[in-house]
Design a protein around this ligand. Structure first.
Ligand SMILES: *Cc1c(COP(=O)(O)O)cnc(C)c1O
Length: 396
């Protein structure tokens, strides 16, 4: 019996904004308008460490500071090491550039045939449709363009992107990302999805979004109708810590799945946030309880100023080893490193194949015990005969 996570509080509620009427609190535009975006607003609610204080002063030259009131409430204000806080409050360490770090760590710009499109894999493209997010993750792999703090001047170009996809018949899968595509109005999303659905070779459409976590109020009836109209639209969420699994997120996931949107989750392995088995097990269990299938666990990209959040990938392997076999297979994400310089996502796995010889493959199971599976015994033909007999027995 594994210990339960010991976190029984799934609720976040209005917290510090108890005086705000429900009709405002539940309104996604209100949440955006009332984001915490500067030092004064933060210090009104939170005692910052000197590292955070400096980080906030410098943030706007790197990646804007913005936190929705909803998400801010999830911070444990008495804990300077709070895993929520580490993800969104800038620290001065962000200004330190380590060797190997890059502004474009996975070489997206080199694989961009037209603004907003990244075409790295044979049959699918990444389509960046906005440079804005509801809140900004400090380890953002696209901090060069997102929030436009670095004068990168990325301007989403819907028509050029759509044209590229229409002209490339090999593209059967389009992944909308940014920025966060759910910041677009229902009308714009409806337009984009209609145009994509009009392209006969586009079979599969998905959206990468952290809005359900930062801004669950965005999952309105109108948005659900857009998904019903153009479905199936798949969605990858980005939840890193079990405390992000609020009742509000749970409800947003329910609305999305009931509108026909299959949900996956992509987490980033982050130091002091989720780099231990207990936290990750709790996270993946909670995701399943919300109908969300853990999809990827990412090694943090070598983005400029992220050294303080990155973890040795062997830690990730250890976590996967602790999960695989010990809990539901559905709960175990694929651990990947997006290869620096543009190699794409490479899966990395704990080793379960002990050895392969001419006559057997030796396996190590989740408990560390060794098992042998015979090879080269024309097993396939033997099996076929056996099955034939069995089938006749059943059918006749
Ligand atoms: C991650 C990514 C995709 C999608 O990869 P999947 O493994 O199919 O989820 C597509 N294009 C780019 C450029 C990506 O980084």
């Amino acid at each position: 019996m594994y210990p339960r996570d010991g976190l029984d509080n799934w609720h976040s509620g209005k917290g510090l904004w108890a005086d705000v009427p429900d009709k405002d609190w539940d309104n996604w535009v209100w949440q955006l308008q009332n984001r915490l975006t500067n030092l004064d607003q933060l210090t009104a609610y939170l005692t910052l460490t000197p590292e955070e204080h400096k980080g906030c002063l410098l943030a706007n030259n790197k990646l804007a500071l913005a936190i929705t009131p909803f998400f801010f409430n999830l911070i444990d204000r008495d804990d300077p090491d709070c895993p929520i806080r580490k993800q969104i409050i800038p620290r001065v360490d962000e200004m330190t550039v380590s060797p190997d770090e890059r502004l474009d760590p996975v070489g997206e710009d080199e694989n961009s045939p037209t603004p907003g499109i990244v075409h790295r894999y044979p049959d699918r493209v990444l389509f960046l449709v906005t440079d804005r997010c509801a809140s900004y993750c400090r380890y953002c792999t696209r901090s060069r363009m997102v929030s436009n703090a670095q004068d990168y001047n990325f301007h989403p170009a819907f028509e050029q992107g759509l044209q590229y996809i229409a002209e490339h018949k090999e593209v059967r899968d389009v992944l909308l990302s940014g920025g966060d595509p759910l910041l677009l109005s229902d009308r714009k999303l409806d337009y984009l999805l209609s145009r994509l659905r009009d392209i006969p070779h586009v079979e599969f459409i998905r959206i990468g979004s952290r809005i359900p976590i930062f801004l669950p109020q965005r999952i309105t009836e109108g948005l659900q109708n857009v998904f019903r109209k153009h479905g199936p639209i798949w969605m990858s969420l980005h939840v890193n810590h079990p405390r992000e699994c609020t009742l509000e997120l749970q409800s947003a996931c329910e609305k999305l799945t009931f509108a026909g949107v299959p949900l996956g989750n992509q987490s980033v392995l982050l130091g002091g946030v989720n780099d231990d088995t207990h936290t990750m097990r709790s996270l993946v269990h909670r995701l399943l309880m919300m109908r969300v299938r853990p999809y990827y666990l990412y090694q943090c990209d070598l983005i400029t100023g992220s050294a303080h959040l990155r973890v040795d990938p062997r830690k990730g392997l250890e976590i996967i080893r602790d999960l695989r076999g010990h809990t539901s297979g559905y709960a175990v994400p694929q651990f990947v490193i997006d290869a620096p310089g543009g190699g794409g996502k490479v899966p990395i796995n704990p080793e379960y194949v002990e050895s392969i010889s001419d006559n057997q493959i030796t396996l190590r199971n989740f408990q560390g015990r060794l098992y042998h599976y015979p090879l080269n015994q024309s097993a396939a033909s033997l099996c076929k005969e056996d099955f034939k007999g069995a089938f006749e027995e059943i059918i006749l």
